[in-house]
Design a protein around this ligand. Structure first.
Ligand SMILES: *[C@@H]1O[C@H](CO)[C@@H](O)[C@H](O)[C@H]1NC(C)=O
Ligand SMILES: *[C@@H]1O[C@H](CO)[C@@H](O)[C@H](O)[C@H]1NC(C)=O
Ligand SMILES: *[C@@H]1O[C@H](CO)[C@@H](O)[C@H](O)[C@H]1NC(C)=O
Length: 394
């Protein structure tokens, strides 16, 4: 080999080793991964090192073939490196019974919270198991307060790819103040009758992409509670309560959602498909929303706007969240209830510029027909739609 070749190889070695991404394996920090021992301390130590690492792409590794039990904890930033990887290949499990959950503070909203971390990447094909069953029973018996499984707060540029979250006590994943995030190829699963086990909840976030994911849960598959510029595509939802905007405006509050585009999604035996729900007495708006290329299999309410989602008695009865510029296009499939299209708007505020085009929703029962009902809804519907939406006001 000539000198040039040798230099080239030495140079390559140097570059490769200096760029090697530091890996912080929780086993090296004393985690047992035996599915019994509390591994929280080891995770916290590993996280501290990941978060202060400065070189490369620091990775916290949760190795495969093992189950780690974690108490509620906060993975907090800001971190030093420009991007951090939380690689979950094995299983992370919540404590088994409610009394074995140990809360570090009075805040009991979340099992695992990630906050103030820029460009966090959570991936690895592993499982977060929220051990929700005792919490669901407790809620059914005595309405007890339940934590969500995973929250991301103020995590700009977040990527969540190829992870599973199962059996959360309440909502599975929640994003708040996480602009420019992408959630893809995730699988969320809880029994159909588990109470309020939302799949993915989003608030105060803009430019979010959610794609190619499966959500089989006891409440909304995706719930958008505030934010803008979101693209949602390739979602399989059901069982569950559909892809919902809202509920917004609870207790007379402000809510705003705009520029949400839902495309190429499949709803199977879900209670709703495309739903917008707002409370009486709230204020703000939902506008510029499209739902298109939607497949429905035995869905109860494929198209639903409910501007009276919950009555609010203290409310100024002239107030409601304004709903406008909503498009439904290319819906195909079946509905188990007669009212396949249901647009229930407030008589003072109403819904405007509601457009339905290329809709073909027939009844799951071949002997039945579907129909549309409206109150105070304004817009247009193509003449060829099934069902006909002649109740829309011009
Ligand atoms: C997130 O996006 C919203 C709307 O685009 C913007 O008002 C807000 O400042 C952004 N937040 C951050 C932390 O960049
Ligand atoms: C959403 O989709 C639209 C149209 O396909 C595209 O122009 C826009 O950049 C997308 N937004 C995000 C945040 O990906
Ligand atoms: C629709 O979503 C499915 C499931 O993720 C995907 O395989 C398919 O390529 C998507 N089709 C289009 C046209 O985007």
């Amino acid at each position: 080999m000539n000198m040039q070749g040798l230099f080239a190889i030495l140079f390559l070695c140097f570059v490769t080793s200096s760029q090697a991404d530091p890996i912080f394996d929780v086993l090296k920090y004393g985690a047992s991964g035996n599915g019994q021992t509390d591994d929280s301390q080891a995770f916290m130590k590993a996280w501290k090192d990941v978060c202060k690492a400065t070189k490369g792409y620091p990775t916290l590794l949760v190795p495969k073939g093992r189950t780690f039990v974690l108490q509620p904890m906060v993975f907090q930033g800001p971190c030093k490196a420009p991007s951090i990887n939380f690689k979950i290949q094995g299983t992370i499990r919540a404590p088994r019974g409610i009394s074995s959950w140990k809360w570090p503070s009075s805040d009991r909203n979340t099992w695992l919270q990630f906050e103030y971390i820029k460009r966090l990447v959570v991936d690895g094909r592993g499982v977060f198991d929220g051990q929700g069953a005792p919490w669901w029973d407790c809620f059914k018996k005595s309405k007890c307060q339940r934590p969500r499984a995973i929250s991301f707060h103020a995590c700009e540029g977040l990527r969540v790819n190829r992870v599973n979250v199962i059996n959360s006590p309440a909502g599975h994943i929640c994003l708040s103040s996480c602009n420019s995030s992408v959630v893809s190829n995730i699988h969320l699963r809880a029994p159909k009758d588990s109470p309020n086990t939302d799949g993915l909840g989003i608030s105060e976030s803009s430019h979010v992409t959610i794609r190619d994911s499966t959500m089989e849960v006891g409440d909304d598959c995706v719930a958008i509670n505030g934010g803008s510029y979101m693209n949602i595509s390739g979602i399989f939802c059901g069982p569950g309560h559909g892809i919902s905007i809202g509920s917004l405006g609870s207790g007379g509050s402000y809510g705003a959602v705009e520029e949400v585009h839902v495309r190429n999604c499949t709803f199977t035996r879900s209670s709703n498909g495309a739903r917008i729900k707002t409370w009486e007495g709230g204020f703000g708006y939902v506008r510029k929303v499209t739902f298109e290329d939607i497949l429905l299999k035995d869905v109860q309410y494929p198209v639903l706007i409910d501007q009276h989602y919950t009555a609010y008695t203290a409310a100024d009865n002239k107030k409601a969240i304004k709903i406008s510029d909503i498009t439904y296009r290319n819906f195909r499939g079946t509905s188990t209830l007669e009212e396949a299209v249901k647009l229930m708007c407030d008589n003072a505020v109403g819904c405007t510029n509601i457009l339905l085009d290329d809709i073909k929703i027939t009844s799951s029962d071949p002997k039945m027909k579907t129909k549309a009902t409206c109150s105070n809804a304004h817009g247009k519907s193509s003449a060829s739609n099934i069902p006909q939406v002649s109740c829309l006001l011009k």
